[in-house]
Design a protein around this ligand. Structure first.
Ligand SMILES: NC(=O)c1ccc[n+]([C@@H]2O[C@H](COP(=O)([O-])OP(=O)(O)OC[C@H]3O[C@@H](n4cnc5c(N)ncnc54)[C@H](OP(=O)(O)O)[C@@H]3O)[C@@H](O)[C@H]2O)c1
Length: 298
Protein backbone atom coordinates (compact mmCIF):
# COMPACT_ATOMS: atom_id res chain seq x y z
CA UNK A 1 0.00 0.00 0.00
CA UNK A 2 1.29 3.45 -0.90
CA UNK A 3 1.28 6.15 1.76
CA UNK A 4 1.31 9.91 1.55
CA UNK A 5 2.08 12.45 4.24
CA UNK A 6 -0.55 15.15 4.44
CA UNK A 7 1.28 18.48 4.04
CA UNK A 8 1.83 20.48 7.28
CA UNK A 9 1.30 17.38 9.43
CA UNK A 10 2.89 14.11 10.45
CA UNK A 11 -0.12 12.16 9.18
CA UNK A 12 1.09 9.38 6.90
CA UNK A 13 -2.09 8.03 5.35
CA UNK A 14 -2.56 5.01 3.15
CA UNK A 15 -3.41 6.36 -0.31
CA UNK A 16 -6.64 4.37 -0.17
CA UNK A 17 -8.67 5.23 2.90
CA UNK A 18 -11.18 2.75 4.30
CA UNK A 19 -14.68 4.23 4.64
CA UNK A 20 -16.74 3.01 7.57
CA UNK A 21 -20.17 4.32 6.53
CA UNK A 22 -21.51 0.87 5.64
CA UNK A 23 -19.77 -1.35 8.22
CA UNK A 24 -22.75 -1.80 10.55
CA UNK A 25 -25.07 -2.68 7.65
CA UNK A 26 -28.59 -3.04 9.00
CA UNK A 27 -27.09 -3.54 12.46
CA UNK A 28 -27.98 -7.24 12.50
CA UNK A 29 -25.41 -9.49 14.15
CA UNK A 30 -24.67 -10.95 10.73
CA UNK A 31 -23.91 -7.53 9.23
CA UNK A 32 -21.84 -6.52 12.25
CA UNK A 33 -19.68 -9.63 11.88
CA UNK A 34 -19.27 -8.81 8.18
CA UNK A 35 -18.32 -5.22 9.03
CA UNK A 36 -15.67 -6.31 11.54
CA UNK A 37 -14.24 -8.68 8.98
CA UNK A 38 -14.08 -5.83 6.48
CA UNK A 39 -12.12 -3.66 8.93
CA UNK A 40 -9.78 -6.53 9.74
CA UNK A 41 -9.18 -7.16 6.04
CA UNK A 42 -8.45 -3.49 5.46
CA UNK A 43 -5.93 -3.50 8.33
CA UNK A 44 -4.27 -6.68 7.10
CA UNK A 45 -3.70 -5.32 3.61
CA UNK A 46 -2.30 -1.97 4.69
CA UNK A 47 -5.12 0.56 4.98
CA UNK A 48 -4.17 2.63 8.04
CA UNK A 49 -6.73 5.44 7.71
CA UNK A 50 -10.40 4.93 8.66
CA UNK A 51 -13.12 7.42 7.85
CA UNK A 52 -16.12 7.82 10.16
CA UNK A 53 -18.90 10.27 10.94
CA UNK A 54 -21.09 10.59 14.00
CA UNK A 55 -24.17 9.91 11.86
CA UNK A 56 -23.02 6.72 10.10
CA UNK A 57 -25.47 4.04 11.16
CA UNK A 58 -26.70 6.49 13.81
CA UNK A 59 -23.42 5.99 15.65
CA UNK A 60 -23.36 2.20 15.22
CA UNK A 61 -20.46 2.32 12.74
CA UNK A 62 -18.23 4.10 15.26
CA UNK A 63 -19.42 1.74 18.02
CA UNK A 64 -18.55 -1.30 15.95
CA UNK A 65 -15.09 0.07 15.22
CA UNK A 66 -14.76 0.91 18.93
CA UNK A 67 -15.46 -2.72 19.82
CA UNK A 68 -12.40 -3.70 17.80
CA UNK A 69 -10.26 -1.05 19.45
CA UNK A 70 -11.49 -2.13 22.85
CA UNK A 71 -10.51 -5.72 22.10
CA UNK A 72 -7.11 -4.69 20.67
CA UNK A 73 -6.08 -1.28 22.10
CA UNK A 74 -2.59 -1.63 20.62
CA UNK A 75 -4.14 -1.03 17.17
CA UNK A 76 -4.80 2.61 17.97
CA UNK A 77 -1.24 3.96 17.65
CA UNK A 78 -0.82 2.59 14.14
CA UNK A 79 -3.99 4.01 12.61
CA UNK A 80 -5.45 7.35 11.63
CA UNK A 81 -9.00 7.94 12.76
CA UNK A 82 -11.08 10.61 11.06
CA UNK A 83 -14.58 11.52 12.12
CA UNK A 84 -17.00 14.24 11.16
CA UNK A 85 -19.91 16.14 12.65
CA UNK A 86 -22.16 19.07 11.90
CA UNK A 87 -25.22 17.34 10.42
CA UNK A 88 -28.16 17.06 12.80
CA UNK A 89 -31.39 15.11 12.47
CA UNK A 90 -34.90 15.89 13.68
CA UNK A 91 -35.19 18.32 12.09
CA UNK A 92 -32.48 17.86 9.47
CA UNK A 93 -30.07 20.83 9.59
CA UNK A 94 -26.43 21.78 9.83
CA UNK A 95 -25.07 23.03 13.15
CA UNK A 96 -21.53 24.25 13.85
CA UNK A 97 -22.28 25.65 17.29
CA UNK A 98 -19.51 25.05 19.79
CA UNK A 99 -21.62 23.04 22.22
CA UNK A 100 -22.87 20.79 19.47
CA UNK A 101 -19.50 20.15 17.81
CA UNK A 102 -17.72 19.52 21.11
CA UNK A 103 -20.38 17.13 22.37
CA UNK A 104 -20.36 15.34 18.98
CA UNK A 105 -16.60 14.80 19.20
CA UNK A 106 -16.88 13.59 22.80
CA UNK A 107 -19.59 11.10 21.82
CA UNK A 108 -17.51 9.86 18.86
CA UNK A 109 -14.53 9.33 21.17
CA UNK A 110 -16.66 7.31 23.58
CA UNK A 111 -18.07 5.15 20.80
CA UNK A 112 -14.67 4.63 19.22
CA UNK A 113 -12.97 3.81 22.53
CA UNK A 114 -10.22 6.33 21.96
CA UNK A 115 -8.97 9.53 23.59
CA UNK A 116 -8.39 11.47 20.39
CA UNK A 117 -9.25 11.84 16.72
CA UNK A 118 -6.38 12.34 14.32
CA UNK A 119 -8.65 14.37 12.07
CA UNK A 120 -11.97 16.03 12.72
CA UNK A 121 -13.95 17.32 9.72
CA UNK A 122 -16.97 19.56 9.43
CA UNK A 123 -19.29 17.27 7.49
CA UNK A 124 -21.21 19.76 5.35
CA UNK A 125 -21.04 23.55 5.36
CA UNK A 126 -23.42 25.21 7.80
CA UNK A 127 -24.55 28.26 5.82
CA UNK A 128 -25.00 30.09 9.12
CA UNK A 129 -21.48 29.43 10.44
CA UNK A 130 -19.18 32.00 11.94
CA UNK A 131 -15.55 31.28 11.04
CA UNK A 132 -14.32 32.92 14.26
CA UNK A 133 -16.61 30.79 16.42
CA UNK A 134 -15.55 27.59 14.67
CA UNK A 135 -11.88 28.61 15.04
CA UNK A 136 -12.39 28.96 18.80
CA UNK A 137 -14.11 25.59 18.96
CA UNK A 138 -11.23 23.98 17.07
CA UNK A 139 -8.75 25.57 19.46
CA UNK A 140 -10.65 24.16 22.44
CA UNK A 141 -10.72 20.70 20.87
CA UNK A 142 -7.01 20.87 20.13
CA UNK A 143 -6.02 22.18 23.55
CA UNK A 144 -8.03 19.45 25.26
CA UNK A 145 -6.10 16.86 23.22
CA UNK A 146 -9.33 15.48 21.77
CA UNK A 147 -8.45 16.37 18.16
CA UNK A 148 -5.00 16.56 16.54
CA UNK A 149 -5.88 18.08 13.14
CA UNK A 150 -8.84 19.58 11.31
CA UNK A 151 -10.38 19.59 7.87
CA UNK A 152 -13.66 20.06 6.06
CA UNK A 153 -15.99 18.10 3.85
CA UNK A 154 -18.17 19.26 0.96
CA UNK A 155 -16.85 22.82 1.30
CA UNK A 156 -16.57 25.11 -1.70
CA UNK A 157 -13.17 26.77 -2.17
CA UNK A 158 -14.47 30.08 -0.82
CA UNK A 159 -16.04 28.45 2.25
CA UNK A 160 -12.74 26.73 2.96
CA UNK A 161 -10.82 30.01 2.52
CA UNK A 162 -13.20 31.80 4.84
CA UNK A 163 -12.69 29.26 7.61
CA UNK A 164 -8.94 29.10 6.99
CA UNK A 165 -8.69 32.88 7.36
CA UNK A 166 -9.83 32.59 10.97
CA UNK A 167 -7.56 29.67 11.89
CA UNK A 168 -3.96 29.60 13.07
CA UNK A 169 -3.41 26.12 11.73
CA UNK A 170 -3.93 24.64 8.29
CA UNK A 171 -7.00 22.71 7.27
CA UNK A 172 -5.51 19.45 6.06
CA UNK A 173 -8.24 17.98 3.88
CA UNK A 174 -11.40 18.66 1.94
CA UNK A 175 -13.47 15.47 1.62
CA UNK A 176 -15.70 15.75 -1.43
CA UNK A 177 -17.66 13.60 -3.82
CA UNK A 178 -15.55 12.74 -6.86
CA UNK A 179 -16.51 10.01 -9.27
CA UNK A 180 -17.24 9.56 -12.97
CA UNK A 181 -20.62 11.27 -12.47
CA UNK A 182 -19.60 14.16 -10.24
CA UNK A 183 -16.51 15.91 -11.59
CA UNK A 184 -17.44 19.42 -10.47
CA UNK A 185 -14.24 19.63 -8.39
CA UNK A 186 -12.19 19.45 -11.61
CA UNK A 187 -13.46 22.83 -12.72
CA UNK A 188 -14.97 24.69 -9.75
CA UNK A 189 -11.61 25.49 -8.16
CA UNK A 190 -11.74 22.84 -5.42
CA UNK A 191 -8.87 20.70 -6.69
CA UNK A 192 -6.89 23.78 -7.77
CA UNK A 193 -7.16 25.16 -4.25
CA UNK A 194 -6.06 21.82 -2.82
CA UNK A 195 -2.97 21.79 -5.04
CA UNK A 196 -2.12 25.40 -4.39
CA UNK A 197 -2.33 25.19 -0.60
CA UNK A 198 -1.29 21.59 0.08
CA UNK A 199 -4.76 20.46 1.10
CA UNK A 200 -5.41 16.77 0.46
CA UNK A 201 -8.62 16.06 -1.47
CA UNK A 202 -10.37 12.92 -0.26
CA UNK A 203 -12.91 11.38 -2.64
CA UNK A 204 -16.12 9.94 -1.25
CA UNK A 205 -18.30 7.52 -3.22
CA UNK A 206 -15.51 7.12 -5.79
CA UNK A 207 -17.39 4.34 -7.59
CA UNK A 208 -20.70 6.18 -7.87
CA UNK A 209 -22.01 6.20 -11.43
CA UNK A 210 -20.36 2.90 -12.27
CA UNK A 211 -21.16 0.20 -9.74
CA UNK A 212 -24.23 2.02 -8.41
CA UNK A 213 -26.09 5.18 -9.46
CA UNK A 214 -24.35 8.26 -8.12
CA UNK A 215 -26.16 10.75 -5.90
CA UNK A 216 -28.58 12.80 -7.98
CA UNK A 217 -27.89 10.61 -11.03
CA UNK A 218 -28.30 12.44 -14.32
CA UNK A 219 -26.74 9.81 -16.58
CA UNK A 220 -29.04 8.58 -19.33
CA UNK A 221 -29.00 4.98 -20.55
CA UNK A 222 -26.89 6.21 -23.50
CA UNK A 223 -24.37 7.84 -21.17
CA UNK A 224 -24.08 4.63 -19.17
CA UNK A 225 -23.56 2.53 -22.29
CA UNK A 226 -20.86 4.84 -23.63
CA UNK A 227 -18.99 4.84 -20.34
CA UNK A 228 -19.32 1.07 -19.96
CA UNK A 229 -18.00 0.55 -23.48
CA UNK A 230 -14.93 2.69 -22.90
CA UNK A 231 -14.33 1.12 -19.51
CA UNK A 232 -14.56 -2.36 -21.01
CA UNK A 233 -11.99 -1.46 -23.68
CA UNK A 234 -9.63 0.01 -21.14
CA UNK A 235 -10.17 -2.83 -18.66
CA UNK A 236 -9.00 -5.24 -21.35
CA UNK A 237 -5.95 -3.11 -22.10
CA UNK A 238 -4.95 -2.76 -18.44
CA UNK A 239 -6.02 -6.28 -17.48
CA UNK A 240 -8.21 -5.11 -14.63
CA UNK A 241 -11.83 -4.52 -13.61
CA UNK A 242 -13.69 -1.41 -14.83
CA UNK A 243 -14.13 -0.14 -11.27
CA UNK A 244 -10.40 -0.37 -10.65
CA UNK A 245 -9.91 1.92 -13.65
CA UNK A 246 -12.17 4.52 -12.11
CA UNK A 247 -9.94 4.57 -9.05
CA UNK A 248 -6.86 4.88 -11.29
CA UNK A 249 -8.59 7.76 -13.09
CA UNK A 250 -8.96 9.61 -9.78
CA UNK A 251 -5.45 8.73 -8.60
CA UNK A 252 -3.97 10.18 -11.81
CA UNK A 253 -5.07 13.73 -10.93
CA UNK A 254 -2.11 15.84 -9.76
CA UNK A 255 -4.02 17.14 -6.71
CA UNK A 256 -3.22 13.79 -5.05
CA UNK A 257 -6.75 12.55 -4.55
CA UNK A 258 -7.10 9.92 -1.81
CA UNK A 259 -10.17 7.77 -2.61
CA UNK A 260 -12.22 6.27 0.21
CA UNK A 261 -13.05 2.63 -0.37
CA UNK A 262 -16.46 1.80 1.06
CA UNK A 263 -16.91 -1.85 0.11
CA UNK A 264 -17.56 -4.35 2.88
CA UNK A 265 -16.49 -7.24 0.64
CA UNK A 266 -12.99 -8.44 1.57
CA UNK A 267 -12.08 -9.37 -2.02
CA UNK A 268 -12.93 -5.84 -3.23
CA UNK A 269 -11.12 -4.15 -0.34
CA UNK A 270 -8.02 -6.07 -1.38
CA UNK A 271 -8.53 -5.70 -5.14
CA UNK A 272 -8.87 -1.91 -4.90
CA UNK A 273 -5.09 -1.80 -4.37
CA UNK A 274 -4.55 -2.86 -7.97
CA UNK A 275 -5.55 0.67 -9.01
CA UNK A 276 -2.36 1.94 -7.36
CA UNK A 277 -0.27 -0.23 -9.64
CA UNK A 278 -1.83 0.70 -12.99
CA UNK A 279 0.33 2.81 -15.23
CA UNK A 280 -2.69 4.77 -16.41
CA UNK A 281 -2.04 6.97 -19.42
CA UNK A 282 -2.84 10.62 -20.03
CA UNK A 283 -4.54 9.67 -23.31
CA UNK A 284 -6.82 7.09 -21.68
CA UNK A 285 -7.70 9.58 -18.95
CA UNK A 286 -9.09 11.90 -21.62
CA UNK A 287 -10.78 9.07 -23.52
CA UNK A 288 -12.75 8.21 -20.40
CA UNK A 289 -13.59 11.87 -19.79
CA UNK A 290 -14.87 12.15 -23.35
CA UNK A 291 -16.93 8.97 -22.99
CA UNK A 292 -18.42 10.47 -19.85
CA UNK A 293 -19.16 13.81 -21.51
CA UNK A 294 -20.45 12.31 -24.74
CA UNK A 295 -18.28 14.70 -26.72
CA UNK A 296 -14.66 15.44 -27.43
CA UNK A 297 -12.95 18.11 -25.36
CA UNK A 298 -12.86 21.33 -27.39
N1 LIG B 1 -18.21 13.34 3.42
C1 LIG B 1 -19.35 12.91 2.92
O1 LIG B 1 -20.31 13.66 2.74
C2 LIG B 1 -19.48 11.46 2.56
C3 LIG B 1 -20.61 10.99 1.89
C4 LIG B 1 -20.69 9.63 1.57
C5 LIG B 1 -19.64 8.78 1.91
N2 LIG B 1 -18.55 9.26 2.60
C6 LIG B 1 -17.41 8.39 2.94
O2 LIG B 1 -16.97 7.76 1.76
C7 LIG B 1 -16.87 6.36 1.98
C8 LIG B 1 -17.01 5.64 0.68
O3 LIG B 1 -18.31 5.81 0.16
P1 LIG B 1 -19.05 4.62 -0.52
O4 LIG B 1 -19.20 3.50 0.45
O5 LIG B 1 -20.26 5.12 -1.18
O6 LIG B 1 -17.91 4.22 -1.57
P2 LIG B 1 -17.73 3.31 -2.80
O7 LIG B 1 -16.47 2.56 -2.56
O8 LIG B 1 -17.86 4.18 -4.01
O9 LIG B 1 -18.98 2.31 -2.82
C9 LIG B 1 -19.09 1.19 -2.02
C10 LIG B 1 -20.36 0.49 -2.40
O10 LIG B 1 -20.23 0.00 -3.73
C11 LIG B 1 -20.40 -1.42 -3.73
N3 LIG B 1 -19.40 -1.96 -4.67
C12 LIG B 1 -18.08 -1.76 -4.67
N4 LIG B 1 -17.51 -2.40 -5.72
C13 LIG B 1 -18.51 -3.01 -6.38
C14 LIG B 1 -18.57 -3.79 -7.54
N5 LIG B 1 -17.48 -4.10 -8.23
N6 LIG B 1 -19.78 -4.23 -7.94
C15 LIG B 1 -20.89 -3.94 -7.26
N7 LIG B 1 -20.90 -3.20 -6.13
C16 LIG B 1 -19.72 -2.73 -5.70
C17 LIG B 1 -20.11 -1.85 -2.32
O11 LIG B 1 -20.80 -3.06 -2.06
P3 LIG B 1 -20.15 -4.20 -1.11
O12 LIG B 1 -20.04 -3.59 0.25
O13 LIG B 1 -21.18 -5.28 -1.20
O14 LIG B 1 -18.84 -4.58 -1.72
C18 LIG B 1 -20.65 -0.69 -1.51
O15 LIG B 1 -22.06 -0.81 -1.39
C19 LIG B 1 -17.93 6.08 3.05
O16 LIG B 1 -17.67 4.87 3.74
C20 LIG B 1 -17.76 7.27 3.92
O17 LIG B 1 -16.65 7.04 4.78
C21 LIG B 1 -18.46 10.59 2.89
Amino acid sequence: MQHNTFPSSNISSSRLIYGCMRIAGDNSSQDRVKGKRAIQTALEVGYNHFDHADIYGDGECESLFGELLNESPSLRDGIILTSKAGIRRDPQRYDFSSDYLISSVENSLKRLHTDYLDLFLLHRPDYLFSAEDVAQTFMQLKQSGKVKHFGVSNFSPSQLSLLQSALDEPLLVNQIEINIHNISSFSDGTLDQCQQFGITPIAWCPLGGVVYPAWGNTFSADDEQRIEKELALQAKKYDCQPWQLILAWLLKHPANINPIIGSTTPERIIAAKKALELDYSHVDWYRLLEARNGQAVP
